[in-house]
Design a protein. Structure first.
Length: 323
């Protein structure tokens, strides 16, 4: 049974039945419902702020795992960057020098990527710095690998055109010297064995028993095979082209003739002690564009890095030459 409501009328001094309009009822109901909804929303937000939901906890775990993966990925990129830098160094300082090509300009290798707005889509995130660093590292690697790929294509082209030059460069030792015990006196100022004064020694002496085989160190043409230079005794000179010439002195005899074409590693004579020499050995010289240079710089074809370092140390010792 609905409750009846009465209202006192001061004019009639009597209680009269009060009728509530339908729209008043509707307004009151809407107000009550709105208050309940607002209260519910506020309660839900308060609870959510204090106690994260299972879904939020799951997202937080995934985000933490993703951060760890990003950091591991960044570490891997750092290692790749070092390898790419090493390839660039080898390209400029080794391969291009052998090919007599100019190194790739640093400005080309380190060319910038885009502008400030390239990574603007990462702005506003909690981990935007991490994401930008990884993205920029990836772009740097992509750019450097592209430059390196172009460089290798150029080197391959030079290689195809300079295969003859590579075969002509004097790049091996003139006698068998696997244990490096035969290098005796190097390029530079040494005590002369006969005059006992300090003179500039223009080659590299290899001690070896009389009759030890002597080999051409690069492809070329024999331009001298005689004993007309009494100081050198029996001597062979080979013109390799590209500005290179080698000389082999004090041999007991030679087995090549003037004008003969020889290949790297081909037998040209035998160790002796002819000319101005104090004991059996081979005096070996390398000339580049008519200037005598240190032969020890041209043994990269038959020595490891450790063996080459050891040979350089031996050749640089201050001692007495053998001629």
């Amino acid at each position: 049974m609905s409750k009846r409501k009465y209202k006192f009328n001061p004019r009639t001094l009597d209680y009269e039945r009060h009728h509530v309009k339908w729209y008043t009822r509707l307004f009151r109901g809407f107000a009550w419902l709105s208050t309940a909804v607002l209260f519910g929303v506020a309660f839900h937000l308060s609870i959510s702020a204090l106690f994260p939901s299972q879904k939020e906890l799951k997202y937080e775990r995934e985000l933490s795992k993703l951060k760890d993966q990003y950091k591991n990925f960044q570490h891997g990129l750092d290692l790749i960057n070092k390898e790419v830098d090493y390839l660039a160094m080898m390209d400029d300082k080794i391969y291009r020098q052998i090919m007599e090509a100019e190194p790739v300009p640093r400005a080309v290798r380190q060319a910038g990527y885009g502008g400030r707005d390239v990574f603007s889509h990462y702005a506003g995130y909690d981990n935007s710095t991490l994401m930008i660093s990884i993205d920029s590292a990836v772009e740097r690697i992509k750019r450097q690998l592209y430059v390196q790929s172009v460089s290798y294509d150029q080197l391959q082209d030079l290689m195809s055109r300079k295969s003859e030059m590579l075969a002509a460069i004097p790049a091996i030792q003139p006698i068998s010297n696997k244990d490096l015990t035969r290098a005796a006196s190097g390029f530079g100022y040494r005590v002369h064995p006969i005059y006992k004064t300090v003179k500039f020694h223009e080659g590299l002496d290899f001690t070896a028993p009389r009759g030890t085989e002597v080999y051409a160190t690069g492809d070329g043409i024999v331009i001298k095979a005689d004993n007309e230079n009494h100081g050198y005794g029996n001597m062979v000179a080979i013109e390799h082209g590209y500005g290179y010439e080698t000389r082999y002195a004090h041999m007991t005899r030679f087995v090549v003739r003037l004008g003969q074409r020889v290949k790297r590693g081909e037998l040209i004579g035998y160790v002796g002690s002819t000319g101005l020499s104090t004991s059996p050995h081979l005096h070996y010289e390398v000339l580049k564009n008519g200037t005598k240079v240190n032969p020890v710089n041209f043994f990269y074809n038959d020595l490891t890095a450790a063996e080459y370092a050891k040979l350089v140390e031996i050749a640089n010792r201050s001692n007495q030459s053998l001629d």
